[in-house]
Every structure is written in C-alpha cells, then in structure tokens.
Design a protein. Structure first.
Length: 375
C-alpha cells in the first residue's frame, strides 16, 4: 500500500494584524483526498488559516505549499483551490445553470463544453432539472448545492468550505453532513473545512486540527480527539466532559491512582501516566462512561472487576435530570462536594423512569474510562 501524498503544507505560518497575533507559527500537513476539519472557538485563527490558503490573506511569516509549490504570494485566481463561502454567495440574478457555469465562462470555456460540465455538476449534487430556476426558488440546502457545484465544476485540487452548514436548520444540517461526506468520496477532491461545531467535525472529517488563540492544539482523527485528548482545552472543547483536578498518588507502568479533593474515593487507571509523583494532574471522564446504580437500604454497592475496592465508586444524589430523547443527562451531587454529569441512553421507552431527582445513587466507571492530562 503506497504512502499517502501530502497535498497541502503549512510551514511555520504566522499572521499578524498589527499587534494582534491571529495565527501563531502553525505547521500542518494535509493529505490528498482527505476530508480535513479546522476546528476551534471563534477567534482561534482557523478562518484566517483558510483565507491564507485561498489567497485572500498573505502570511506574515512562513510558507504555504500545494503539491510542493510555494503559493504564499500566488494570486487567488492562480491557485488550484476553490471556496464555498458561509453565505454561499450565489448570484441572485442568475439561473442555477448560469451560477454553476460562471467560473467556466470567465475562463473562456466554450458554450457546448460549459453546458456539458454544468449538467455533470448538477447531477453530482442531485440538482438535475433545476438549471432554469433562480436562487430565490430554492431551499437553503439547494442553494448550498449550487455553491458546491459552482466550486467543483472547475475541478480544483482542494475545495475550501467556510462554516458550510451554519446557515441551515438543525435537521437539514444533519442531512447535509451525510451528503457532503458522500460527495467528497465520489469526487475524491481534498476538502478542507472550517467549523466551530464539534459534532459537525466529528461526523464528517477524517482528521481534525483543533486551534485556540492562533495555536495548533492537536491534530488527530475524530475518535482520538474525543478519547485521547492531549490537553484540558481539547478535552473540554470536544464534547461533554467531567474535568477534575487531582494529585498523582501512584504512577506505575501498568496502573495509576489519582486522588481528587472533591471525590470521596480515588480514581484508578489501568495504565501509567508518566507524570511526576505527587504532581497536579487533571482527570477527564466522559459522562457516557459512568454507570448509574441505585443506592439505598438493602442495596449492595456495585462490584468493579478491574479496580481495587474503594476506587472508581462514588455515592451521590441526583439533583437534576435533562431528558433529551435518545439519552438522559443527570447532574449528580457526590459526597465530597463535586458535581458529576452522567449520560445514559434511553434504550426503551421506559428507561427514563428508572431514576428520579433526589434519588441516592452510586456512580461507577471502569479503569480504562479516564484520560489523565498533565496540562
């Protein structure tokens, strides 16, 4: 199996606006054919990075390469990229077909060839028969497809998408995630998209780069970002998490123990941490990895087969329950003063009735459930 080819490379790229450092010494390689996401909160630098790749901004320092060629100072119209904007930027006075054909017309492509490629592009985005319509006769999802067809018709090496689904309602956004993924697999073009929506990035991307304050925090697959974050910022930004500060009491090659002031029992892990003994660490525990058990008179505490007695088992009381349809989320006040969030799938229509507010419970989790973060 041949090694993947790098198509985009950012080398020590920095962008300053006066005294504001928007992008700080970012180095990143993106492989050909990837569906790659730049993810982070507003103002983190992800859109600036995208605009520098498109040619709308120039790096203050560093280089940007496509196929090994430095394009840092190349005009936007001479780069092998095309962009779909957040607002789609569909021309309201043109028909769908004319919108899609616009780039080819500017490039001087003849009418017959334009018509053939427009037909192919509309078929690709499932808009056959819509060529004569105006944008105001289309839904939001259909206008997005027009913008995609217009970008893809020029056969770019890289397609850039700036918050491509943010203008759509939740139901349509979910449907378009699947359509965009299928479209990328069909055309084989490298997709690079910017989003602040974690669910969107996790659902669509093959790899993600998380940014914060202009810095690259972590580059990984969606599952690795979620299960193995490298910092408190990434753990907290990606999904929901219980993040608690503790003291590394034991750190061996095959296990570790963290003592947390706000929990009555220590946390046992089935792996070493490589931290300094007695150092401060942070434990990240996802709500869905915590088991909820009833607690009360005549009920024995649950048994854990992968942790010593007295570890990973905490008594508490349910304070609030949020019913979200597919799952319920429980806020549990635990002995020791902390509040822990637990999520539980509603596998039947009666699951949500199993627990009630103010009910005493046990919280339990496996030794493999936690991530320990040193920063």
């Amino acid at each position: 199996m041949s090694a993947a080819k790098t198509i985009i490379r950012f080398e020590n790229v920095t962008k300053r606006y006066g005294k504001v450092l928007a992008v700080d010494n970012v180095s990143l390689a993106i492989e050909e054919g990837e569906f790659f996401a730049l993810l982070g909160p507003s103002g983190c630098g992800k859109t600036t990075l995208l605009r520098m790749l498109a040619g709308f901004e120039t790096p203050s320092e560093g280089r940007i390469l496509i196929d090994g060629q430095d394009i840092s100072r190349t005009p936007p119209n001479r780069r092998p990229v095309n962009m779909v904007f957040q607002s789609y930027a569909v021309f309201p006075h043109m028909s769908v077909a004319d919108n899609v054909a616009y780039g080819l017309m500017v490039d001087g492509v003849g009418p017959a060839e334009r018509a053939r490629r427009v037909e192919e592009a509309l078929e690709l985005v499932k808009l056959e028969g819509y060529g004569a319509r105006r944008p105001d006769q289309l839904s939001g999802g259909q206008r997005q497809r027009v913008a995609l067809a217009r970008a893809l018709i020029k056969r770019p090496r890289v397609l850039l998408l700036d918050e491509p689904l943010s203008a759509l309602d939740a139901k349509l956004r979910e449907a378009m995630r699947s359509e965009l993924t299928q479209l990328q697999e069909t055309v084989g073009v490298t997709f690079l998209f910017v989003t602040h929506d974690q669910d969107e990035a996790l659902a669509m991307a093959s790899r993600c780069a998380v940014m914060n304050r202009g810095l690259l925090q972590q580059v990984a697959t969606p599952s690795d970002l979620y299960e193995f974050p490298n910092s408190r910022f990434v753990a907290d930004f990606i999904g929901s998490v219980n993040l608690v500060e503790g003291r590394l009491a034991v750190d061996e090659a095959d296990h570790a123990v963290v003592e947390v002031a706000g929990l009555p029992s220590p946390i046992y892990l089935d792996h070493g941490v490589s931290g300094a003994h007695e150092s401060t660490v942070w434990v990240a525990l996802r709500p869905e990895k915590i088991e909820l058990h009833k607690r009360g008179e005549g009920r024995a505490a649950p048994l854990l087969d992968d942790a010593p007695a007295g570890h990973n088992l905490v008594p508490g009381v349910i304070r609030r329950i949020a019913y979200l349809g597919s799952e319920s989320v429980y806020d549990v006040a635990v002995e020791g003063g902390s509040s822990v969030k637990v999520s539980r799938s509603n596998l039947t229509r009666r699951d949500q009735e199993d627990f009630a507010a103010e009910e005493p419970v046990w919280l339990a989790w496996r030794a493999s459930a936690c991530s320990v973060l040193l920063s």
